[in-house]
Design a protein around this ligand. Sequence first.
Ligand code: B12
Ligand code: SF4
Length: 447
Amino acid sequence: MRDVGGSIDGDAEIQPIRTKELVPEDGMLDYDALKELALSLGADDVGFVDIDRPSMSDEKRELEKIFPAAKSFISIVVRMNREPIRSSARSIANLEFHHQGEEVNSITRNLVAKLERLGIRALNPAMGFPMEMQRFPGKVWVISHKPIAEAAGLGKKGIHRNVIHPKFGNFILLGTVAIDARISRYDKPIDFNPCFECKLCVSACPVGAIAPTGEFDFSACYTHNYREFMGGFTDWVGTIADSRGREEYQAKVAPNETASMWQSLSFGPNYKAAYCMSVCPAGDDVIGQFLNSRKEFLDTVVKPLLKKEEPIYVVPDTDAEEYVKKRFPHKEIRLVKNSLIPNTIESFISGLRSVFQRKRARDVDVNLHFTFTGKEPAIAGVQISKGKLTVTRTHQGQADLKVTADSGFWIDFLNHRRSIPLGLLTGKLRLSGSPVHLLQFQKCFPV
Ligand code: B12
Ligand code: SF4
């Protein structure tokens, strides 16, 4: 028996792993021994997924580029302390997010180290950051932990799109390790959703990002919650560059906002909200307080977040701006630039759904056929009908407007460097159909 136990990062007391148990003769990892290993390293729950499962196709495609040997996923859950996450003092919630985020990274890293010593190749994409920022503003994360955790039977996404563990509720962070070995048994998704559709998350979100029907306004959440992350930070740098002096800068950015940015840069970026997670009563360990007294739950958990006076970051002319004005008049609206403006045609097409403004689109009915020429040739179909968006890589049905554009021109137009009239004049843009439809399109995707 080979002992590969002992502390890896110096502070974890880890049981020695019995190699024969974990890696029997057939080379397939033993389900129970692997689970025990992950739990001994600090995971609160663990599940295994075969990478060839159809629901894993997106993740498999990503891993083929960086770790083609991958055969299985180890999905882990780490609990967070509830009261800090629920606190309306953001510094307290952020301390918990950051601490447990590091914990997930440390557990998955230690798991990789253990497995590597047994001759098993393993890889641990980050819990959150760092991400692949050269892809920004496209999909910067390498793999999505949520679908893997769901496939591993560790919970289901609730209306708020966070994974809810049946016992711990949504007060969890997720981690994944990809390995080049098969496991003797794989887990199945759980057959019920712990979300019981109370919709407290819908009412708590300060920017209205969560629809009662489960749609999610990515850009609203991202603009506010991630104000001190990549996109908001880029916008802040732009504000400094655009300001002619201290006075102009201070008229645009309050001293407490500058101080908050300093804090994020020094101690890790601070999330502005996450209220959807704070108020979710689902999960066996969590629900008791809600069932005992709904009124008390609302008074002590939900209302302090609703009442909190705080700056809310929104892009002008978006659903979020309208929502904050109506629902949270006591919260201070801070108008900021959209930081999800595409820099490639691919990020334009794939990012459309992330910036789509469902409510502004409720009376829009339009079918657009885009054809891009030049450096980045591509075609796309965009259909908007009664607040619903369909994006296709082909032209579907009868177009109300055909837009043929040089790809470089289109990116410049989206970034406010070129105008529609200039495009038409120079032949870089051709429209076939009523230009009114282009205005309708712009209404649904404010830039
Ligand atoms: C990108 C990202 C974000 C984005 C987008 C969130 C999202 N729903 O995808 C933003 C910045 C908004 C965000 C916010 C938060 N995040 Co985040 N985030 C991630 C990240 C990096 C990838 C998420 C992902 O895979 N998205 C894609 C798919 C799987 O997500 P989805 O739920 O199915 O939703 C998308 C699609 O369905 C689509 N969609 C939705 N509606 C519609 C409608 C139409 C018509 C179409 C076409 C598409 C479409 O758009 C959605 C958004 O992309 C992961 C870390 C990782 N590497 O996995 C953490 C992660 C998901 N985040 C996490 C957390 C904790 C948060 C926050 C609470 C942040 C915080 N600490 O303040 C909030 C919660 C917001 C929320 N309610 O979802 C945890 C969630 C833990 C859990 N219990 O599930 C994760 C897993 C990190 C971790 N390792 O634990 N996050
Ligand atoms: S707060 Fe209620 S509706 Fe929202 S995810 Fe949790 S259980 Fe579901």
